[in-house]
Design a binder for this molecule. Structure first.
Ligand SMILES: C[S@@+](CC[C@H](N)C(=O)[O-])C[C@H]1O[C@@H](n2cnc3c(N)ncnc32)[C@H](O)[C@@H]1O
Length: 385
């Protein structure tokens, strides 16, 4: 029996701690560092980093309050005195003063001669598509994390799973209103994902791209604009695809895109595309579903066809501050998916029969990274779906 299987009563094997960790555990060493000029600087930086972790939730909630009170939006129109921000928000002036100072501490706003204004960071927050919507849906996630001990033990019923109902199957996404809500959140944040995917993948030479789980077509619209000759197919659940019609029409791409409603759990993927993209799709699903989907993608592609997987990927052996914290915990709350590293996704692609698999770390890994692969047919790689 392994240590893990033996249960809590088993005595763990204790390896010797590295010397740096032994020093870090010593209060006397910290007291010493605080007195020595070179070390004092390092100790302070480490303290700041630690306190940043400790106060993360409070920072995030202060931001949410600024967003919900529309303080940043109001300041985007021009500088304003405290009273002009507190009044419309229904917040007593003295309490708003505390929130504004917190916002200043976060670098989002600043005060000069009694007038509050946006900083460049505050302005960027408003300008990044999807960021505001992401922050505004966080109360669901935070309710799920209110008791992190019970949450990580798996003793809670996370609300977030109901927020993204499609993860449990096509039937879960039958409600058009719910489908519109989550599709809007996804489409809003798609701009950066599309930009970083296009920077990582050369779509020249692709004749026909099918985006599976393509939502309301934001990714295809971006790729189609960059590559005017590209034919496109969008495949997503029946409750989701109606939102794509209008987007393609507005982009003048209606004649170039075929919209196919269906579920990759139950329906075969349409053939005809020589490249298939899965953008922020795999991390919603369990390994078995992903393996089945990748085999279906392999079957739908012709010889030489390419797969493009784009989504935030974990750091693997070197856990990443954004993806291995935020996205991993988020997908855990969703209950069915998980964040995978580039190496794990590469292995899944290889297992499905793809060759020449390449991982490209994104410019902003918290936005997306990419793994690509190629289908070549040979006796050894052919897979049945
Ligand atoms: C996280 S969203 C990503 C949407 C889009 N690719 C993007 O990045 O904005 C996942 C998408 O996968 C779709 N999806 C989930 N399960 C599906 C299934 N069984 N068949 C087809 N699409 C599915 C959802 O409807 C949703 O549009």
């Amino acid at each position: 029996m392994s240590d893990a299987a033996a249960g809590p009563a088993a005595r763990p094997v204790r390896a010797r701690q590295p010397w740096a960790v032994r020093l870090g555990l010593s209060p006397r060493f910290h007291a010493f560092c605080a007195k020595v000029p070179g070390l004092r600087h390092l100790a302070r930086a480490e303290g700041v980093a630690l306190f940043d972790i400790v106060q993360g939730f409070v920072q995030s909630q202060a931001l949410l309050a600024l967003v919900e009170f529309r303080v940043l939006h109001r300041l985007a129109e021009g500088p304003a005195p405290l009273a002009a921000l507190a009044g419309p928000a229904g917040v007593p002036t003295e309490r708003m003063a505390i929130l504004m100072k917190a916002g200043a501490g976060l670098g989002l706003v600043a005060e000069r001669r009694g007038m509050w204004r946006l900083t460049v960071r505050g302005a960027a927050f408003l300008a990044v598509p999807g960021l505001e919507a992401m922050v505004r849906h966080h109360p669901v996630l935070y309710r799920d994390l209110a008791d992190p001990v019970a949450f990580f033990r798996g003793e809670t019923q996370p609300e977030l799973a109901g927020f993204w109902p499609y993860v449990f199957g096509a039937g879960g996404a039958a409600d058009p209103e719910l489908a519109a809500r989550y599709s809007a959140l996804m489409a809003d944040s798609q701009g950066l994902v599309a930009a970083d995917t296009l920077a990582a993948v050369d779509f020249r030479g692709v004749r026909h791209l099918m985006d599976v789980g393509g939502g309301t077509g934001a990714f295809l619209t971006a790729v189609g604009s960059a590559h005017p000759g590209l034919e496109m197919t969008l495949f997503d659940l029946p409750a989701v695809v109606p939102g794509a019609e209008a987007r393609f029409a507005a982009a003048g791409m209606r004649g170039r895109v075929r919209i196919v409603p269906g579920s990759f759990r139950d329906d075969p993927l349409p053939s005809g595309a020589d490249a298939i993209s899965l953008v922020r799709v795999l991390y919603d699903h369990a390994d078995a579903t992903v393996a089945q989907l990748l085999r279906a993608v392999w079957a739908a592609l012709p010889e030489g066809g390419r797969i493009v997987v784009s989504e935030p990927m974990g750091g693997g052996d070197t856990p990443d501050r954004a993806t291995d914290v935020y996205f991993s915990v988020y997908t855990l709350a969703m209950q069915t998916g998980r964040v995978r590293s580039g190496a794990e996704i590469t292995r899944l692609l290889s297992a499905a029969g793809f060759v020449d698999c390449q991982f490209r770390q994104g410019f902003r890994p918290f936005v997306t990274s990419v793994v690509t692969g190629v289908k070549t047919v040979s006796d050894s790689t052919q897979k049945s779906v």
